[in-house]
Design a protein around this ligand. Structure first.
Ligand code: CMP
Length: 143
């Protein structure tokens, strides 16, 4: 691991994974300089989705978000590059694809503000929490 590299978490969400967009999204992120250090395919249970998105539990869209995130398999990935957290946020674009900059993952592949193709950690602190959620025990020095 290059000393300037950091890690972040992405999830290819059920809308994108289920419609066969995972490969294109991974290729897009690799083209933006990210390396996939670990990945898995997982169908989240309701308790898992509720726990992962606990920070949003008071939001009006929470139950719908949990329904969506448990509607099919998703693909959590541990991604690495320099400045990984802000660079991934930049590469995926705004939450609402209608507001996402041209060429971003959400502009290209998202359906709506909820079914928005991909999740990315919003801070280095949350990246560590979210990486542990899916990849506790993964060898972070490899790759
Ligand atoms: P994500 O970046 O994973 O973080 C929280 C998720 O909640 C977000 O992407 C969307 O999938 C969803 N979300 C955020 N805001 C809204 C909203 N206003 N209506 C519906 N879903 C939302």
């Amino acid at each position: 691991m290059n000393k300037n590299e950091t890690d972040t978490l992405a999830i290819v969400k059920p809308d994108a994974f289920g419609s066969g967009k995972a490969g294109r999204i991974i290729a897009h992120l690799e083209g933006a300089g990210f390396r996939v250090v670990a990945a898995t395919v997982k169908h989240l249970t309701r308790p898992e989705a509720q726990a992962f998105y606990a920070v949003h539990r008071e939001r009006p869209f929470f139950d719908s978000l949990v329904d969506f995130m448990t509607s099919g398999p998703c693909m959590p990935m541990l991604l690495r590059r320099e400045n990984a957290v802000p660079e991934l946020r930049r590469a995926i674009g705004a939450t609402d694809p209608a507001e996402a900059e041209d060429g971003t993952v959400r502009a290209l592949y998202a359906e709506s503000k909820e079914r928005n193709a991909i999740h990315a950690s919003d801070s280095p602190e949350n990246a560590e929490i979210e990486i542990s959620f899916f990849f506790a025990g993964t060898d972070r020095l490899s790759g």
